[in-house]
Design a protein around this ligand. Structure first.
Ligand SMILES: *Cc1c(COP(=O)(O)O)cnc(C)c1O
Length: 222
């Protein structure tokens, strides 16, 4: 299957109000260009060096999203051109991003990652940590950060009920955070959840942004 025909079948499930992030990590520039030529503009990458190379070489109207785990010493490479950082999972990282964004005189869009899966390996704030961090309020002083919403990854399992339950956890946390901390802040509006295996469930549960890789580009060769 070509990237183009894969995209046609993926798009059938994605309503107008949901953004599609084409996760192109580990795939070559040519694959990205195929998706680009059928109209896609949002691409997600998880390695800083790979992303920076692709940014240099590919069209400048691509909106690059960083979806990986970010180390503080690499923030500076992303801030100049990345549109959204999905996986911010500590206050320290948020404040480091703020520092680099201030140097660039930019406001950096970020999503706070919440740990909703049963697996222990996935990154993210626990629901309690998230609410504690927001309650503490120091984030309000980070003038070069815009918190645009939450991001989460469900457990990798065939058990759809479990996946659905985890997405509901993220939605209810979003609603609580919105009501308690962002009621008058329209920027807090995104819920990034759903990947190739579970994006249809995620959309049913209220995702506003799905991150789809292998269903578009095929399997990754690491
Ligand atoms: C790789 C990755 C994806 C895409 O996964 P697929 O199963 O290939 O769709 C989505 N989100 C994150 C955070 C990823 O690292």
């Amino acid at each position: 299957m070509s990237v183009q025909s894969n995209l046609l079948s993926v798009r059938k499930y994605i309503p107008e109000h949901v953004k599609l992030v084409c996760v192109s990590k580990f795939h070559p520039d040519e694959a990205i260009m195929e998706a680009y030529e059928t109209g896609e503009r949002i691409f997600g990458e998880s390695k800083v060096q790979e992303l920076c190379g692709k940014y240099e070489r590919l069209p400048k109207d691509i909106h690059w999203h960083f979806i990986g785990h970010l180390q503080t010493n690499k923030i500076k490479y992303l801030v100049p051109f990345v549109e959204l950082i999905h996986g911010v999972d500590t206050y320290k990282l948020l404040s480091e991003i703020n520092k680099q964004a201030a140097k660039e005189d930019k406001i950096m869009n970020c999503l706070l990652q919440v740990h909703i899966a049963a697996e222990e390996t996935k990154f993210g704030f626990s629901p309690d940590e998230l609410l504690e961090t927001l309650s503490a309020g120091a984030w309000r002083n980070l003038k070069n950060i815009r918190i645009c919403g939450l991001m989460g990854m469900a457990t990798f399992t065939d058990n759809h009920d479990q996946v659905r339950k985890e997405f509901r956890t993220l939605i209810s946390l979003f609603n609580k955070a919105k009501a308690d901390f962002f009621a008058d802040n329209n920027s807090f509006s995104e819920i990034s959840m759903g990947m190739s295996d579970d994006f249809k469930i995620a959309i049913e549960e209220g995702s506003t942004m799905v991150r789809v890789g292998s269903s578009i580009f095929g399997n990754r060769v690491y």
